[in-house]
Ligand binder design. Structure first.
Ligand SMILES: *Cc1c(COP(=O)(O)O)cnc(C)c1O
Length: 398
């Protein structure tokens, strides 16, 4: 997945151009910037690549989620439906708005189970937020149908799946808004950065103002600009956008590499008795950032992870025991360890959630191993890795 593996001359050149002008801010200073508008250019390139009319960059993927939700009208007491398997950013974005994160089971796609979502919808639900974890997507037809039936919105977290598609459309472009992260370990990186895409002019207008203190960006005197609504500062800098623009131009090259490397690892495991693969919804194409396998049970999965660790195979994740990505270990959320008071509705719903049964999620997560697909592996390293994976899993299964 990590674009940082292949940072090069294009990124260095783009940063140097910004440094030469000294204009590190994305707005204003028109005379001094020598026509460099890196954030604007990257937005145009992202919108083009993702086949949406609008794209807006912000300071992180977490910020993209927060801004997308805020622009969708999410506020105090509104419920946002999230998967149990995700990154902590999902509930952070919801909590930042005074809204209520509602956790919901996943299925063998490792993303939201539409049936569980249907059961989690209440009159307070405002947004369904599928998270396309580890390179592959939720059943977006089913989730969009649910959202439409209930008059709520769908915001895709495509931070780990940039470049994947569903029924021919880029992930992120299918819901009412889609979010990407360009943090240091994502498929393309800015260092720190994020972006959202949408087909809705209204949502875009809100997002670009909200992420810059509510500025309407009309005219070229910041001090004289109007503020149609409240906002915050989630701006990206020109330096970050410069790196991101150069990386975005290389996205399809990175995806080809990821696809090829994934294919070699997958082929090595395809015939192994006891190894199955994550289900990709019909019409979906992964971005191949991870190879996800299921083993017969939790014990075998643990044994396999240990065997692979002993064999020196890095980048194999057992998310079930991980503090970041699976609900079981989110102690700070479950114990409501907020620095200040949380809204009553949030406290109530999280406490209620703590006693809920997520055995359907546990069933899949406890037997899953996620194998990171890197860009920089050479032929020999790949062959060696494929063999080591095969041997490690055989040892655990044997
Ligand atoms: C990385 C990531 C984010 C957050 O991105 P940051 O840029 O690190 O804030 C959100 N969701 C998922 C699924 C991610 O992997």
């Amino acid at each position: 997945m990590p674009g940082f593996e292949l940072l090069g001359d294009a990124e260095r050149r783009a940063v140097a151009q910004v440094m030469e002008t000294g204009v590190l801010m994305r707005y204003g200073f028109d005379g001094a910037r020598n026509d460099h508008w890196k954030a604007r250019e990257m937005e145009a390139a992202l919108a083009r690549r993702m086949q949406t009319p609008y794209a807006h960059l912000v300071s992180s993927g977490t910020a993209a989620l927060t801004v997308a939700l805020a622009s969708a009208g999410v506020g105090a007491g509104d419920e946002v439906i999230l998967p149990t398997f995700t990154f902590v950013a999902s509930f952070e974005a919801v909590l930042a708005l005074g809204a209520v994160p509602v956790l919901c089971d996943i299925d063998d796609t490792l993303t939201l189970d539409p049936q569980a979502v249907a059961a989690a919808i209440t009159p307070k639900s405002k947004v369904i937020m599928p998270v396309h974890m580890c390179g592959s997507m939720a059943n977006l037809d089913a989730l969009m149908a649910l959202a439409e039936r209930h008059g709520i919105l769908l915001v895709e977290d495509a931070c780990q799946a940039i470049g994947g598609t569903y029924r021919g459309k880029p992930l992120g472009s299918i819901g009412h808004a889609g979010c990407f992260s360009f943090d240091y370990v994502k498929t393309i990186t800015c260092g720190e950065g994020g972006g959202l895409i949408t087909h809705s002019k209204a949502l875009y207008e809100k997002a670009q103002a909200y992420s810059d203190h509510g500025h309407d960006h009309i005219g070229n005197d910041r001090g004289a600009e109007g503020h149609p609504h409240l906002g915050y500062n989630y701006r990206i800098s020109e330096l970050h956008a410069a790196v991101g623009l150069a990386q975005l131009e290389r996205l399809d090259t990175f995806l080809e590499l990821q696809n090829r490397h994934y294919g070699i690892l997958r082929k090595a495991l395809e015939e192994e008795q006891g190894v199955t693969f994550r289900r990709v919804p019909e019409g979906g194409v992964e971005n191949y950032s991870f190879l996800n396998v299921f083993l017969p049970d939790a014990q075998v999965a643990r044994r396999a992870q240990a065997a692979l660790q002993r064999a020196g195979v890095d980048g194999v994740f057992y998310w079930f025991e991980n503090n970041w990505h699976y609900h079981r270990k989110w102690e700070h959320l479950k114990a409501l360890k907020s620095l200040g008071p949380l809204p009553d509705a949030v406290e109530r719903r999280i406490q209620e959630c703590n006693s809920r049964d997520f055995s359907a999620s546990d069933h899949w997560m406890s037997r899953n191993l996620s194998i990171l697909v890197k860009l920089s592996w050479g032929e020999a390293a790949l062959e060696k890795r494929a063999l080591a994976l095969q041997q490690g899993l055989r040892e655990a299964l044997g």
